[in-house]
Design a protein around this ligand. Structure first.
Ligand SMILES: Cc1cc2nc3c(=O)[nH]c(=O)nc-3n(C[C@H](O)[C@H](O)[C@H](O)COP(=O)(O)O)c2cc1C
Length: 317
């Protein structure tokens, strides 16, 4: 890990932005009604809690923003705290756009102020105070109504979006296990092996569609991605034994899914591509069932970590 410790006596704004990025925040879209009642909104991560009694929150508004006039004067405004699958919405409202609200099923809240769909929370406010904040205006809102939804919030840190994961060192990952635990259980290899055997059951079922099995699916996948491939190369990449590989190639040839591409090479046929698409659909369904205890973001985090581990050893192929 790079450890760069620099004291900036002359403030470099780019570096200051990077240093501020070390402070993780959530992401909101702040909305109001502009002139002639048109909806106005922008992505903001400067949202912060101020006081519970009275209930106050604040945010800071860039004086150069196109929405400055509307948002700085609005007597009512609202925050939609974004949920973890709303990155696209965040990006849409972070660009000066003609109609950020087009095709979005927003609904009017108190005073008609737009509330965006599927958030982690809504806070509806009246303007309480505003203060000079340099190139920003600090606006304090009094919360008139709020709703908390059962969704995880989106995170923004180090200039990137993130997802909430409980910190393993803070007792955050509570796993209930039956029976006596062995110190060996927490090594990655036994955990991976146990996870593998649970996932494999579902996955193996999904691969046994008619006559096709996992080995055949690997052959089809490689041929689909890489184009015609020599039999030697295919054998190495499938990691099958010679006899299983020969059997798989014979079945795939008989079913018309692969064909000879000359000079000891095989190619996938159009029927083979269709079969592969069907197998992949089945596999994705089974995977969703087997990972049911994790939410979609956690599954993608697990996938990303495993790929990182694999590529560390194999190099990106
Ligand atoms: C994650 C994120 C957080 C942001 N937070 C703020 C903020 O707190 N205040 C602000 O004025 N702009 C913020 N911005 C930038 C505005 O969303 C952006 O300038 C937007 O284009 C403003 O819209 P407008 O120019 O149509 O008013 C943020 C952008 C992103 C991606």
């Amino acid at each position: 890990m790079n450890e760069v410790v620099r004291a900036h006596e002359v403030i470099d704004t780019r570096e200051m932005r990077r240093a501020l990025g070390q402070f993780a925040t959530g992401v909101t879209i702040v909305t109001c009604l502009g002139e002639e009642g048109a909806p106005v909104g922008m992505t903001a991560n400067s949202f912060a809690s101020v006081s519970l009694d009275p209930p106050l929150v604040l945010w800071s508004l860039d004086r150069r923003a196109r929405s400055f006039a509307a948002l700085s004067q609005a007597e009512r405004f609202a925050f939609s705290v974004l949920s973890q699958d709303q990155v696209e919405l965040s990006n849409r409202f972070a660009k000066p756009g003609a109609d950020k609200f087009a095709d979005i099923a927003w609904r009017p809240g108190l005073g008609g102020v737009p509330l965006l769909p599927d958030p982690a929370a809504h806070f509806e406010c009246t303007r309480h105070a505003a203060f000079d904040g340099g190139d920003h205006l600090i606006i304090v809102g009094r919360v008139e109504r709020f709703v908390r939804y059962d969704r995880r919030g989106l995170v923004f840190a180090e200039g990137r979006y993130g997802a909430i994961a409980p910190h393993p060192g803070a007792g955050g990952v509570a796993v209930e296990e039956e029976g006596a635990r062995h110190p060996y259980d927490d090594f990655l290899l036994p955990l991976l092996f146990r996870a593998y055997s649970h996932l494999f059951r579902g996955f193996a079922d999904s691969l046994t569609v008619e006559e096709t099995d996992g080995g055949q699916m690997r052959i089809l996948s490689i041929l689909s991605a890489a184009g015609p491939t020599s039999i030697g190369e295919l054998l190495t990449r499938t990691m099958l034994s010679q006899s299983r590989f020969d059997d798989a190639c014979n079945v795939l040839g008989r079913l018309g899914y692969v064909t000879s591409a000359g000079a000891g090479a095989l190619a996938i046929t159009a029927q083979g591509e269709a079969k592969l698409a069907e197998l992949l659909r089945h596999a994705a369904e089974r995977e969703r069932e087997s990972t049911g205890s994790l939410d979609a973001t956690e599954v993608e985090m697990l996938r990303a970590l495993l790929r990182k581990l694999v590529f560390h050893h194999e190099g990106e192929r």
